[in-house]
Design a protein around this ligand. Structure first.
Ligand code: ADP
Ligand code: ZN
Length: 284
């Protein structure tokens, strides 16, 4: 049996699957303190045993096996979770279980590659645009990782000449996340992102920045496809706008697949992370 733990900043989702695609059982717990939340995760997998578990955590996390903090959530702003050894704690309770450990966005990227919009491909970029912004990058079927996992949500952008919003990233102000996340949109426009009408100018600016993010990753990692998920991307009108801006910015410098099939929405919706976690565990 395969297990998945999606450790998010607001909720934890635990699930099991036989084949890594179909979810047999799933439970959700609110993210409170590590003691309380991890106890619920442990109870879940005592009741639903799995020989391999994919642990997909909110970050930043330490994924460097050479590090003595491998398996830790590191300097998160989330109270109580700073430098918590999430992998070690679970491994101690389930010594015979094999764990795969990665970020929540990486798991979703892997799920989309194996079973979603990128099925059959080897190289893919998955962007999530929600409370935060992040990218999972798959190259030759493997999640890209150097000394740490990528943090492409914080890349620096060329600001739109008419845009005076300072941005809301506590580290960088107007980085990609600081300009395009759900909370950034709310701060910029004074209402929740989901309440901005489809013809609001917010979406042109949003597409202008997300297109830059696509150009940057097209030019650096040359994916076969770019997939977008996350709450903000429920705004379907963003897709043609991002493709238009992408075309204008790239200016035919490199050849990419037809944009309708190059920049696309997530296929597995809310299950991408769990499916990715199962499949990462399976190949661990
Ligand atoms: P999280 O990133 O916390 O896992 P989501 O991916 O659902 O969760 O992102 C939540 C963010 O997405 C919130 O800031 C919310 O305002 C925004 N959001 C949710 N639904 C929509 C929508 N239909 N249109 C625009 N923004 C949305
Ligand atoms: Zn930032």
């Amino acid at each position: 049996m395969l297990g998945a733990i999606e450790a998010g900043g607001t909720k934890f989702v635990c699930a099991i699957s036989e084949n890594g695609i179909d979810i047999i059982d799933q439970e959700t717990f609110p993210t409170t303190t590590p003691d309380e939340t991890i106890a619920q995760v442990i109870d879940y997998f005592k009741a639903h045993p799995a020989d391999k578990i994919g642990l997909a955590s909110f970050g930043p996390i330490d994924v460097n096996r050479k590090s003595n903090q491998y398996g830790y959530i590191t300097k998160t702003p989330k109270a109580g979770w700073q430098f918590f050894d999430i992998l070690g704690t679970l491994q101690k309770h389930f010594p015979d279980t094999k764990f795969a450990f990665t970020t929540d966005v990486n798991a979703a990227a892997y799920g989309e590659l194996k079973a979603g919009a990128g099925k059959g491909l080897d190289d893919l970029v998955y962007w999530t645009v929600g409370t935060g912004v992040g990218a999972g990058i798959v190259q030759n079927g493997q999640l890209l990782q150097g000394y740490s996992h990528p943090e492409a949500g914080h890349i620096i952008l060329r600001r739109h000449p008419d845009d005076t919003f300072a941005g809301n990233c506590p580290f960088h102000g107007d980085c990609l996340e600081g300009m395009t996340s759900g909370p950034a949109l709310q701060k910029h426009w004074g209402k929740p992102a989901k309440d901005l009408p489809a013809d609001h100018p917010a979406w042109d600016l949003e597409a202008y920045y997300l297109a830059q993010a696509c150009v940057d990753l097209t030019l650096t990692v040359a994916p076969e496809k770019i997939v977008f998920g996350g709450g903000v991307m429920h705004q379907q009108q963003l897709f043609p706008k991002i493709r238009d801006q992408f075309n204008r910015l790239l200016n035919d410098y490199v050849t990419v697949p037809p944009l309708d099939s190059y920049i696309v929405p997530i296929d597995l919706a809310d299950n991408a992370g769990a499916i990715g976690a199962f499949l990462l565990a399976q190949s661990a």
